[in-house]
Design a protein around this ligand. Structure first.
Ligand code: G6P
Length: 385
């Protein structure tokens, strides 16, 4: 009803606008404000409450998830490897359950889920517990859930949970739960990085500061970009049948998520590629009818993404860039349209970069008059295999 939507036309839009509050609430819950790098604190910068039997001697982390949660897991893998220094694998739960990796000792297994009830994710976690139970204790399963549903089946199967504080999501296309799961991975990676001294306290402090800016930075995107994105959306509501999304490094999962949002609610075919892979296939698809969205956040791979985007432009593709305000002028030479986000450290940039893509998909679907909150053939929670 309108009352529940609080004046928003759809739940999805309402949930996009709830993201600053959700991130704020997760920061309030998990960040230790007393922690200061220069005081050499002997406790963690985050309070996620993981017991030592979950985190000691970790050699390996494996993550199982489906859909949008799988994209959050890919951002998580980047953080766990690049910040905490722990080798991490990510599998679709539906694949993992039938082809699990050989067991590695001292493994943390993470299930990421917005509903807490996805059948494949439940089965993957249960089978992981079962196949390790009779082995030497160092092989025993350590199961962690990253979810907004503390009362769910998956939360109960697991030994620990990070409650992402997103609350219940109604729109079938996940938005706020994705951002909140991603925040959960930042907290986990920071906690493990601190315990293992994988990066300096100074670096931890910088990342925490970056995260603390996120709520107001998302507000800036909502306040300054939403109208322009809606305007842009009108270009893709009639003829456009395919979209390509590209990104690299920590923002490749954001390209995947941008493409998934578009497919789910606008029924426009969209594919995402790591930008460097364009030349190995998708570039053959490009012409002036196939827009390309490049997630081009300043940092280690910015120049690479720009040059990959220029290759697309040479094939007459309409080029849309997601980049920061400071880079917008320079990027203006490359992109036909720019979705601007505030200045941000690359390591926390996915949480911002996803927001304009959510808004773009939302408006394309809404302008087409589609049922944004209940897209055809999709369910909010997939409780059958
Ligand atoms: C369904 C939903 C998606 C979600 C996926 C995984 O397909 O429509 O939005 O990403 O399931 O669900 P989970 O609840 O495990 O995150």
């Amino acid at each position: 009803t309108q009352v529940e939507k609080q004046g928003f036309r759809h739940y999805m839009l309402k949930e996009i606008y709830e993201q600053p509050a959700v991130v704020r609430s997760s920061l309030d819950t998990y960040i230790n404000l007393n922690w200061h790098a220069d005081e050499n604190p002997d406790y963690s910068p985050v309070n996620i409450g993981l017991t030592p039997d979950m985190t000691d001697n970790l050699e390996h982390i494996q993550i199982v998830a489906c859909g949008t949660s799988w994209h959050a897991a890919l951002v998580g893998k980047y953080l766990l490897e690049q910040v905490a220094g722990i080798p991490t694998t990510v599998d679709y739960a539906s694949e993992f359950r039938y082809s699990p990796k050989p067991v590695i000792p001292n493994t943390l297994t993470i299930g990421v889920t917005q509903s807490g009830e996805t059948a494949d994710t439940i089965a993957a976690l249960e089978s992981e517990r079962a196949r390790r139970v009779n082995l030497d204790p160092k092989y025993h399963a350590r199961l962690l859930a990253i979810t907004n549903r503390a009362e769910s089946t998956i939360a109960q199967i697991c030994d620990c949970i990070i409650d992402t504080q997103a609350g219940i999501e109604i729109g079938v296309a996940a938005t706020k739960t994705f951002v909140a799961q991603t925040m959960g991975f930042y907290f986990l990676a920071l906690d493990l990085a601190y315990r293992r001294q994988a990066v300096s306290n100074q670096r931890i402090s910088e990342i925490v500061e970056g995260l603390r800016q996120i709520p107001s930075q998302i507000e800036t995107i909502l306040d300054t970009q939403a109208d322009a994105i809606e305007e842009l959306a009108h270009h893709f509501t009639n003829e456009t049948e395919d979209f390509i999304f590209i990104g690299r490094g920590i923002n490749f999962p954001i390209a995947l998520e941008g493409a998934l949002k578009l497919k789910e609610i606008s029924y426009i075919h969209a594919e995402a590629y790591p930008a460097g892979e364009m030349k190995h296939g998708p570039i053959a698809l490009l012409d002036n009818k196939v827009p390309v969205v490049a997630v081009a956040m300043p940092g280690s791979v910015y120049d690479k993404v720009i040059s990959n985007a220029q290759e697309a432009k040479a094939r007459d593709a309409r080029l849309i860039g997601v980049t920061t305000a400071m880079n917008a002028t320079e990027a203006g030479h490359t992109f036909d349209d720019i979705l601007t986000v505030p200045e941000v450290d690359e390591i926390v940039s996915p949480v911002l970069a996803v927001v304009p893509l959510q808004i773009l998909s939302y408006h394309i679907a809404a302008i087409k008059g589609l049922d944004v909150d209940q897209p055809r053939n999709l369910a909010k929670s997939v409780t059958v295999e």
